[in-house]
Design a protein around this ligand. Structure first.
Ligand SMILES: O=C(O)COP(=O)(O)O
Ligand SMILES: [Mg+2]
Length: 222
C-alpha cells in the first residue's frame, strides 16, 4: 500500500459529517414562534445554514418580515437556548461517515473538525453521537474570536497547526468551506447532500463526493 497523500483530513460539521437540519430548523422555527412569525420549511432553512446560528436566524427573520438588531439579539439567545436543549433529537451522521472516518484512521490520518457552530455546541453534539474521541482537533465558530469564522482561512490554518501540521484536505458542504480551504491553500472536497444555497457544482471545489464511500478514493486522486 502506498502512503496516503494526506496527514490531516478536516471536516465541516453541519451538512457534512452530520445532518443537523431537523434540529437547526427546529431551533429557527422556535425563535420565529417566539416572535409570533410563521414557521419556515426545512428545505428553506437549510439554505440559511453555514455562516453560524446568528446569520441563519437573520436570514429567517428577513424572510418573515425583517428585523432590527435588538430583536435579532433577543431571538438569537432564545434560539441558542432551545438548540442546546434539543441538540441531538433529530441529528445523525450521513451514510458512510463513520466507515470513512474508521478507514482514514486506519491509514494513520489525523482527523479534525472546523465548524462555524459554537464550540460548546460542537462538543455537545459530537459527544452525544459518540464521535468526539475520533478527532485530534475541534475548532468551533467562536474558538478563534470574532471575525475568524469560515470563510476566513483562520480556522483551517489553526486546525492544521493544532493537529500537528502536514498535508491537509478539507471536506465541507458550502461556499464558506470552499473559500476558507482555498484561502488556506488546502484542497476542498464538497459533499453533495449537505446544505448549500449555491449549486454544489458552482462552488469551485477540488472534488465533489455523492457518498462518503467515495472520500478515500477521491483523496487518493487529488
Ligand atoms: O453553524 C453553522 O451555521 C454551520 O456550521 P458548519 O460550519 O458546521 O456547517
Ligand atoms: Mg456546513
Amino acid at each position: 500500500m502506498t502512503a496516503f497523500p494526506f496527514d490531516i483530513v478536516g471536516f465541516d460539521l453541519d451538512g457534512t459529517l452530520v445532518d443537523t437540519s431537523g434540529d437547526l430548523a427546529g431551533a429557527v422555527n422556535h425563535a420565529l414562534g417566539v416572535a409570533h412569525r410563521p414557521a419556515l420549511p426545512i428545505a428553506q432553512i437549510v439554505t440559511m445554514i453555514g455562516g453560524g446560528a446568528r446569520h441563519m436566524l437573520a436570514q429567517a427573520l428577513d424572510a418573515t418580515g425583517g428585523y432590527d438588531e435588538a430583536e435579532l439579539d433577543f431571538l438569537h439567545e432564545r434560539l441558542l437556548t432551545h438548540y442546546e436543549a434539543n441538540i441531538c433529537v433529530n441529528s445523525a451522521p450521513y451514510p458512510g461517515v463513520i466507515t470513512a472516518l474508521d478507514n482514514l484512521t486506519v491509514r494513520g490520518v489525523r482527523l479534525a473538525v472546523a465548524t462555524n457552530k459554537i464550540e460548546r455546541f460542537t462538543h455537545a453534539l459530537l459527544d452525544k453521537l459518540g464521535l468526539t474521541g475520533r478527532f485530534t482537533t475541534i475548532i468551533g465558530g467562536d474558538t478563534l474570536g470574532s471575525g475568524k469564522q469560515k470563510p476566513s482561512p483562520a480556522p483551517i490554518k489553526a486546525m492544521i497547526t493544532a493537529a500537528g501540521g502536514g498535508r491537509a484536505a478539507f471536506v465541507g458542504d458550502s461556499i464558506y468551506d470552499v473559500t476558507a480551504a482555498q484561502a488556506a491553500d488546502v484542497p476542498a472536497i464538497v459533499y453533495r447532500h449537505g446544505f448549500t444555497r449555491t449549486g454544489v457544482d458552482e462552488l469551485g471545489a477540488s472534488a465533489i463526493i455523492d457518498h462518503f464511500d467515495q472520500l478515500i478514493p477521491t483523496l487518493e486522486q487529488l
